[in-house]
Design a protein around this ligand. Structure first.
Ligand SMILES: [Zn+2]
Length: 320
């Protein structure tokens, strides 16, 4: 009996042993897995759809688009700031579901009947068709950033180069006036090629209009933070973008009035290295700080904490 039971046990063990050993062999087989992926790589070039990877223009790294989006369009290797749309930027700054957009339906009109290589009317129609979420080059609204209610205006370079026409000027002016009325801080994030020349003098008038609204806002001792992103130039830089109580900029952003080539031709002088970059302007005192996009929200909150604390102290002093 014992012998039979013993033989049965050994038989049982024999059957179990091979079952136990395969995991070990499976571990040894693991390094073979790359062969599978190398086999796949033959078809990889065909399988990858366009627009899945983006090459960083600064460090030439291929960055996975999903990773780039999660990193707020900042290269994880070299900190290069890619262009970002106004909607994505708002999403990265405000508390969830707190953005109340203002004047969302306001759209530009071709008042001058401008005709050039392409008519203004045809340009507007093309941009509105391609950018279904944009009616013009700025999105404005009231929102919550950290513990602060604030008026936020975010420009979008994707709509006619972020140019400032009547709609951009009017939307920002209404935003600033609403902030003045409700005693809120204003934050404007700029990116622009300048005034919209399709609208001639009407676009230039927006410079004075926005600055006048900001002057009334400042009279109430309310803070205005201007954030300059790549690129902020010409009429926008010569008006509301450069009159902030605090002026911040994203790293390596190109900031200036006229382009470097125009300045070089006019002055007939060699331009210094790094001319018109955020870093150059920080060294020369035109801006207050360079803030990375990934730290922008936290920095804005701490600046608002500081600026509104100062205001509360001033009110207390006046009352006392
Ligand atoms: Zn890079």
């Amino acid at each position: 009996m014992d012998t039979t039971s013993f033989t049965k046990k050994t038989l049982g063990l024999e059957t179990i042993e091979p079952a136990l050993t395969p995991p070990l062999s499976a571990i040894t087989q693991l390094p073979k897995k790359p062969k599978m992926s190398s086999g796949k790589s033959k078809t990889r070039k065909r399988e990858i759809p366009e627009g899945l990877w983006t090459k960083c223009p600064k460090c030439s790294t291929m960055v996975f688009d999903k990773e780039l989006d999660e990193n707020l369009k900042v290269c994880p290797k070299c900190n290069h700031h890619f262009p970002i749309g106004s909607r994505e930027r708002i999403h990265s700054l405000v508390e969830t579901c707190t953005f109340e957009e203002m004047d969302a339906q306001m759209a530009s009109v071709d008042v001058l009947g401008f005709k050039g290589v392409a008519t203004y009317a045809s340009k507007l129609a093309a941009y509105k068709k391609n950018n279904t979420f944009l009616k013009d080059a700025v999105v404005t609204g009231l929102c919550q950033i950290g513990a602060h209610r604030a008026a936020l205006g975010v420009m979008d370079f994707g709509f006619l180069g972020g140019s400032m026409g009547s709609v951009v000027g009017e939307k920002l002016t209404r935003l600033i006036e609403r902030a003045t009325e409700k005693e809120l801080p204003v934050i404007i994030i700029s990116t622009s090629g300048g005034a919209r020349m399709y609208e001639g003098m009407f676009s230039l008038m927006q410079m004075a209009k926005t600055c006048a609204a900001l002057a009334y806002h400042a009279k109430k001792h309310l803070p205005y933070i201007s954030v300059l992103t790549h690129p902020t130039t010409a009429g926008v830089m010569a008006s509301y973008a450069s009159v902030g109580d605090l002026i911040l900029a994203e790293p390596a952003a190109m900031i200036g009035f006229a382009g470097p080539r125009v300045i070089k031709d006019t002055t007939q002088a060699e331009l210094p290295p790094g001319f018109q970059t955020a870093e150059f302007l920080l060294d020369h005192g035109l801006i207050d700080a360079i803030v990375s996009r990934r730290e922008m929200k936290q920095q804005l909150i701490s600046y608002l904490d500081y600026l509104t604390h100062q205001k509360q102290q001033a009110i207390r002093k006046q009352a006392g």
